[in-house]
Design a protein around this ligand. Structure first.
Ligand code: SAM
Ligand code: TMP
Ligand code: ZN
Length: 408
């Protein structure tokens, strides 16, 4: 492992532990007749020995990822819709109880969470740079500003709307390399007793499950309670609560408050102790993670090649952003997968980035079940398995690759 780059949090020297090679933008689904050059960057991951933050070695400019045509719509999953409705109810009940409460959401996407807040008549603002998804949020009665959240835009919100009781972000804060600007902005925006609540994939779960496809351009950081606590302190914030979530293959919800404003919960000391015991970013743990990932990828490609040689029909299920890492790192292309089905209209009719597999609607899957389906949306396994009982009944088999390769 070679030290290569400067930590985005503490300016320490990040040590690289995994190189996934040249990768395309995970959400850049291409038109089949697009002959333009595809954008690639080097996807490599490192950990900072000083503050423990796990982060990418290269940063993709944000406008390349989040723009008018950003194709991820949060409301595409029934389970996630229920999760965000419950989240909104929780924020309303626990933190938005004052006389005229105000909540700001970073990356509100299609309004999946703020819709409930808006219906409750509570003052809110979604900050969402991606145009098309934010239009959907607006159509649901959500107040949205098309802008990247950072210090400058945070100050504007503070000026126009006053202090926020809650700043909330789901699957967004880990997408932002410029943490200093965001956390300074949050420091300015929050009311003295306000909280910053965010949830993102947990490196503790990534490490346990070798779920390497949680690494892609948009996931710049993979947090732990330890790295978040260390980061927060640099900006005058305390980690005051954590909650484990089953969403997206294992996440943590973190609550930060201004230093000294709240007493950290038992859950914080418990998870910090657990992480110390696990020593998630030790050189041995990271080396063993890399070995498991390479082993899983080899088995997966071997399995898919063998099925192709037997003349079996194999498709992918869910054109997830994370599937870009699996498909491109393992060299899985249109020779091994007939198509990938996905319910998102903005992805259909296009090709998966880098790997060039056709994306078709869900009906292509049910019209004539394949022999095997590679579950690329494994983080939605329960929802998908429940919906697709017919596939199993018709003799179809699922191929999974997290935590290891298995056919069931
Ligand atoms: N919160 C939703 C969820 O959990 O399903 C959406 C998550 S989506 C993976 C990430 C979102 O963050 C995108 O809609 C993107 O446009 C937005 N985003 C990226 N950088 C941002 C920033 N600096 N401020 C606000 N939103 C940002
Ligand atoms: P995500 O893992 O980033 O949430 O992306 C999930 C992708 O899978 C998204 O493109 C929608 C798609 N999907 C389906 O096609 N069918 C489903 O039942 C679910 C839950 C997701
Ligand atoms: Zn660091």
């Amino acid at each position: 492992m070679v030290p290569t780059t400067t930590c985005r949090v503490c300016r320490g020297t990040v040590t690289e532990f995994m190189d996934f090679g040249r990768q395309p933008l995970s959400d850049a689904f291409r038109e089949p007749d697009d002959t333009g050059e595809e954008f690639f960057y080097r996807l490599a991951v490192g950990a900072c020995p000083d503050c423990q933050m796990v982060q990418l070695m290269e940063e993709v400019p944000r406008e390349r990822m989040f723009h008018e045509g950003y194709p991820y719509y949060s409301s595409g999953s029934t389970v996630m819709r229920a999760h965000f409705e419950a989240t909104a109810e929780k924020l309303l009940a626990e933190h938005l109880t004052g006389p005229d409460p105000f909540v700001v959401e970073l990356g509100c996407n299609d309004g999946v969470m703020l819709e409930t807040v808006s219906r409750a008549g509570v003052r809110h603002l979604g900050m969402e740079p991606s145009g098309a998804v934010s239009e959907v949020a607006r159509s649901k009665g959500v107040r949205v500003r098309n802008a990247f959240f950072e210090k400058e835009t945070a100050l504007r919100v503070r000026e126009e709307d006053g202090p926020a009781d809650v700043v909330y972000a789901a699957n967004t804060f880990c997408h932002i390399p410029y943490v200093d600007s965001v956390l300074e902005g949050i420091g300015e925006l929050l009311a003295p007793d306000g909280v910053f609540v965010f949830e993102d994939p947990y490196f503790g779960d990534v490490s346990a499950k070798a779920s390497f496809d949680q690494f892609y351009d948009e996931h710049f950081f993979l947090f732990t309670a330890t790295s978040v606590r260390n980061m927060a302190r640099r900006f005058g914030l305390d980690l005051v609560d954590v909650e484990r979530l089953p969403t997206h293959g294992g996440e943590l919800r973190y609550t930060l408050a201004k230093e000294g404003a709240r007493t950290p919960s038992q859950a914080v000391s418990a998870i910090l102790a657990e992480e110390e015991e696990r020593d998630l970013t030790s050189p041995e743990a990271l080396r063993s993670f890399g070995d498991r990932v390479r082993g899983n990828c080899e088995s997966l490609t071997k399995e898919l090649r063998s099925l192709r040689d037997q003349g079996k029909r194999v498709v992918g299920y869910g054109a997830t952003a994370k599937s870009a890492t699996v498909l491109n790192f393992c060299g899985i292309d249109a020779e091994l997968l007939e198509f990938v089905c996905d319910t998102t209209p903005a992805k259909q009719g296009r090709l998966t980035p880098g790997s060039g597999v056709r994306v078709l609607g869900h009906e292509a899957f049910t019209a004539s079940y394949p022999d095997y389906a590679l579950l690329l949306a494994w983080n939605h396994a329960e929802e998908i398995m429940a919906k697709e009982v017919g596939f199993r009944e018709a003799g179809g088999r699922w191929i999974q690759y997290v935590p290891d390769v298995r056919i069931e």
